[in-house]
Ligand binder design. Structure first.
Ligand code: CU
Length: 168
């Protein structure tokens, strides 16, 4: 009979210890907030003069382009390959938000007479279609902040030749 109170205290102690552990676990789940991250992006990644290279391997050399809102953007597309534009044409086509990229690219295939730019209002800006060794520079105002998609509309290219155009 004298053991009973001790047992109860033991049980209470174990239960309390269990609660304590649970609390500690929860406290560790807060994510660390990185300070000054936006400042770092502005100082290093934003560029309002963009050089984008494309090649005979059907690739752009950038997957992400970041620019700042309200700025005038100067973008130069270079085709650094050797193959002509009938077989390895490249352009830079910046699409408006919400455009169905697959559907748009399918329509572009039919627009051969217009450098593979289909009629419609899905495009913010586009360069000329380039062959190897050619370049084109376009100047435009950065659209409102957000994420946009850019592609090359030459038939069969957009799945590899696409990237994000981010306006901050
Ligand atoms: Cu292309």
């Amino acid at each position: 009979m004298t053991m009973k109170p001790i047992n109860i205290y033991l049980i209470i102690a174990i239960v309390l210890a269990g609660c304590n552990q649970k609390q500690k676990k929860e406290n560790f789940q807060y994510e660390r907030v990185q300070e000054n991250s936006s400042e770092v992006i502005q100082n290093t990644d934003l560029q309002n003069t963009v050089i984008l290279n494309s090649n005979d391997a059907m690739l752009f050399d950038k997957k992400v382009i970041k620019v700042s809102y309200g700025e005038n953007i100067t973008l130069t597309l270079n085709h650094v390959g050797k193959i002509g534009k009938d077989f390895m044409g490249h352009n830079f086509v910046l699409l408006k938000k919400g455009v169905d990229v697959d559907a748009f690219a399918q329509r572009a295939i039919l627009a051969r007479d217009n450098e593979y730019i289909p009629e419609g209002d899905e495009i913010i800006v586009t360069t000329k279609m380039l062959g190897g060794g050619e370049s084109d520079t376009i100047v435009f105002d950065a659209p409102e902040p957000g994420k946009y998609i850019f592609i090359c509309t030459f038939p069969g290219h957009y799945q590899l030749m696409r990237g994000e155009f981010i306006v901050i």
